[in-house]
Design a protein around this ligand. Structure first.
Ligand SMILES: [Zn+2]
Length: 314
């Protein structure tokens, strides 16, 4: 059986998987912290994670990297990480001795969900990864849509509120500032200041400025009304943005993943409602389901590994 290794570089950890290439099945997984300091440290962490999962059957390594990854596998720009113009693929290949393919992490997750997750059996899919920011991936007629340079599906950086909060990319009011985990945290803190007796504030030790998105989500799951309303508001913005993307792309399904989906239906329900009222002519198109992703934290690594094998022609 052909095997491959997938490495998904997140803001805090690198999730590494060993997969059986034909079925996408995860044989082994491990995580290591993402060094925030300098690019050389990131390469060393990737090489370490890959070496730890290496077998005689491994034919390729796939890397899913946040940011703008060009078609040559060079990470050109990442709003939320400390690397620029770094050839991750050739550096890892030189160190490990196995062909290495680098892909944007949203593209990789989209491909995994398309092949073996919530998008099985469809031809046209939009993946929306809701984390600290919003990543995306587009499968069009069974092919990953990369655009001219490989930069397609940077959906988080569409400006939807010109005077809105400052984004990691330098613009104001990008969609990801209003509809992701950062938005849950920002809005959660604003509501916490207005309601100092609410559950998120007590979770934060009484300090509204210490409220995190995860606390808001936890409080909402426990039934806290203020937290539920924060998720509903952010979910609403999420659904609106997805409606615009569905107008452009006309996918069969929208798969929503990332850490933000810990909120589950508390985020997805309001997103579905605003999607239905915002998408063009909902009565004249077939229903486009907004489905939760199925592969969870494995998606980026599995997709990167599958794409690396496809690059080899296997
Ligand atoms: Zn931005």
């Amino acid at each position: 059986v052909t095997e491959a290794i997938g490495l998904d570089i997140g803001g805090t950890k690198i999730a590494a998987v060993l997969i059986a290439g034909d079925a996408g099945q995860v044989l082994e997984r491990r995580t290591v912290p993402t060094p925030a300091t300098e690019p050389g440290e990131i390469v060393r962490a990737l090489v370490g994670a890959a070496t730890g999962l290496m077998t005689n059957q491994v034919r390729a390594i796939g890397i899913g990297a946040a940011g703008m990854v060009d078609r040559a596998g060079i990470v050109r720009y990442a709003p939320n990480l400390a690397y620029r113009d770094i050839a991750l693929g050739s550096l890892v290949r030189e160190a490990v001795g196995v062909p290495c393919h680098v892909e944007n992490d949203g593209n990789a997750a989209a491909w995994a969900e398309y092949r073996f997750g919530a998008g099985r059996g469809v031809r046209d899919l939009l993946f929306v990864g809701v984390g600290t920011g919003i990543g995306g991936g587009i499968v069009s007629d069974g092919h990953l849509y990369r655009g001219m340079s490989g930069f397609a599906a940077e959906i988080g950086h569409i400006v939807v509120e010109p005077d809105g909060p400052l984004c990691g990319c330098g613009n104001r009011g990008c969609w990801e500032q209003l509809a992701s985990g950062s938005a849950i945290q920002r809005l959660g803190r604003a509501r916490a200041r207005e309601h100092p007796d609410s559950l998120p504030v007590s979770m934060a030790g009484g300090d509204p400025e210490a409220v995190t998105g995860a606390m808001v989500t936890r409080a909402a799951h426990l039934g806290d009304e203020i937290a539920v309303r924060v998720l509903a508001e952010v979910g609403g913005r999420l659904g609106e943005g997805i409606a615009g993307l569905v107008n452009v792309l006309d996918p069969e399904v929208v798969v929503i993943g990332g850490g933000g989906m810990d909120a589950g239906e508390l985020l997805l329900g309001p997103a579905r409602s605003s999607f239905k009222t915002t998408v063009e002519a909902p009565g004249s198109r077939s229903n486009v389901p907004l489905r939760p992703a199925e592969l969870g934290a494995d998606a980026g690594g599995v997709g990167a590994a599958l794409l690396a094998l496809e690059e080899l022609g296997s």
